[in-house]
Design a protein. Structure first.
Length: 476
RNA sequence: CGGGAUAUAGCGCAGUUUGGUAGCGCGCUUCGUUCGGGACGAAGAGGCCGCAGGUUCAAAUCCUGUUAUCCCGACCA
């Protein structure tokens, strides 16, 4: 079996999922470790995925009326301290700047862990009238959180993200915006990343520091652990009160604005890896892959082969195609592009040229298909669409298979211990039950899904009447 | 921040028990033959053994400290 050689390259995901993950991020050239503790170097191939994510989301943000801005990366301590819950939430993990050159600063500044305070400070200055609303800003930047343990893409001390911050005249508008952006994220994850998500609300215990309500999209990784893939918060007018963001309404009355914030990060790349990857490496959805097609010449030294490859590349100008004419052997190239998760491979050799054909090979199933060069562009287009859809369906099926239902505490405990994946269970709404469940089963509440199901009428923990069904699970 | 492990060439490792000045595989460079699943041969290049102290005639090896990484928990996007 040739496959033997492939699996020795990386740790099998069933043997050690964590090791498999770190093998992939390094061997697919996504990241390298740096000499800065907890911070990663995102290499060209990894960054290209991020750029594609940015490109799509940026367009969606603009279509929904948002503008990009850039805020300072430092926050004076006094500013950070203005909203009480917010400081308490972030204080344990902020990095402080205390000196400028050799001079000690009069007031220390933190490196932004998130920019709510800066946006609020700015909004207080520029918003005066209802005519100034809504303010729909977004920024792409990096933030710093002094994490204790780190993993590439999933948790690093510095990471790239976007943070949207908006201010509205009414609570209704803010709520609408919060849900609108959650839907933008969910749609993006499902259509581009081929990752099915559960949309829902966080419990009070799990919500963002300073928010009235936090909404989330939760996705399930291959190992059955959950990953919070994006969040959207409704702040109500709490920050506005703390920062004095007021506007004069049509009625000539002074009112606080209602705000939202929402973000996704490079963590999404971690999700792509852990949802679609396999023992041969990364598997990228065609809609986000930096290279959609790897064109591998066979016996490229023979006359006409490379010329034909260039010709075929021209025919496929609607896609990102890489012709690999390096002097590695074809077998090496096959394995290499599988490791890098390129969705489609085309093999083109003397025999094909003779027959005016090429061989298409899917990354996800390794299925081969011989197609005529006359309609190769159409074939590639269809196959990429098929792969995109197949990845989503496969991930969805996996999530369904690994989602369990627990009706009472014993059942919950048993599932938490023995079966990885989401657990659906009823909850009475009491935080004490949430804490008890976490302590005794190690699973935490992931969200209160918008799509509710009535599993039973009793809380899985205390047996009292329960109104809400929650998703529970072990999380990254 | 607790518990465990690791640090030797770009990568993966041996050598550490029993101190004597570093080796293997892959990769890299050059040339030739190959090319439909990680090709083969020949000749080369590359390391003050994580860092800082200490013991010793002598330290990759023993001792102390320190830093980083990985895994498992607690905390977070």
């Amino acid at each position: 079996m040739q496959d033997k050689k492939l699996v020795t390259e990386i740790t099998s995901m069933d043997v050690d999922f964590a090791k498999w993950y770190t093998d992939i991020v390094k061997k697919a050239d996504l990241v390298d470790y740096s000499s800065v503790r907890g911070c990663m170097i995102i290499r060209p191939y990894g960054y290209a995925i991020w750029e594609n994510i940015q490109k799509v989301l940026n367009q969606k943000f603009k279509e929904t009326g948002h503008e990009n801005v850039y805020m300072p990366m430092f926050i004076p301590e006094s500013l950070l301290n203005k909203e009480k819950d917010h400081v308490e939430g972030f204080a344990p993990e902020v990095a402080w700047v205390t000196h400028g050159g050799h001079e000690k600063l009069a007031e220390r500044m933190c490196v932004r862990p998130t920019s709510e305070t800066l946006f609020c400070d700015h909004y207080a200055n520029i918003i005066e009238s209802y005519r100034d609303l809504p303010k729909l800003y977004n920024q792409w930047c990096s933030v710093v959180r002094w994490e204790k343990t780190t993993r590439p893409f999933l948790r690093s001390c510095e990471f790239l993200w976007q943070e949207g911050h908006t201010a509205h005249a009414t609570a209704e508008e803010a709520q609408e915006e919060t849900i609108r952006m959650l839907n933008v994220y969910a749609d993006f994850c499902e259509k581009y990343l081929a990752i099915p998500v559960v949309k829902g609300q966080k419990t009070d215990k799990e919500k963002f520091a300073g928010a009235v309500a936090t909404y989330t999209i939760e996705s399930l990784m291959h190992d059955g652990k959950a990953l919070q893939s994006g969040t959207s918060h409704n702040f109500g007018d709490g920050f506005a009160k703390a920062f004095g963001i007021e506007f004069t309404g049509k009625d000539n009355k002074l009112t606080n604005v209602h705000q939202t914030s929402w973000g996704v990060s490079t963590r999404l790349i971690g999700a792509i890896i852990m949802v679609h990857g396999d023992d041969s490496g990364l598997v990228l959805p065609p809609n986000i892959a930096p290279i959609q097609v790897a064109l591998i010449p066979i016996a490229q030294h023979k006359e006409g082969v490379l010329d034909k490859c260039r010709e075929v590349k021209e025919m496929l100008s609607n896609f990102t195609v890489k012709v690999d004419d390096s002097d590695k052997s074809p077998g090496w190239k096959f394995a290499e592009y599988e490791m890098k998760g390129v969705p489609l491979r085309i093999e083109l050799g003397p025999k094909d040229i003779e027959n005016n054909q090429a061989v298409l090979v899917r990354r996800d199933t390794r299925e081969k298909k011989v197609v005529s060069l006359d309609n190769i562009a159409q074939e590639v287009k269809e196959m990429l669409a098929t792969i995109q859809d197949a990845l989503f369906q496969k991930a969805l099926a996996h999530r369904e298979e690994t989602t369990s239902v627990a009706k009472d505490f014993d059942e919950l405990k048993d599932i938490a211990q023995n079966k990885p994946g989401f657990i659906k269970a009823m909850w009475c709404g009491d935080e004490a039950c949430e804490i008890k469940i976490k302590e005794e089963t190690t699973v935490t509440s992931r969200c209160i899904p918008f799509e509710q199901e009535e599993i039973s009428d009793k809380c899985v923990c205390c047996g009292k009447p329960a109104k809400k069904m929650l998703y529970w699970g072990k999380a990254y």
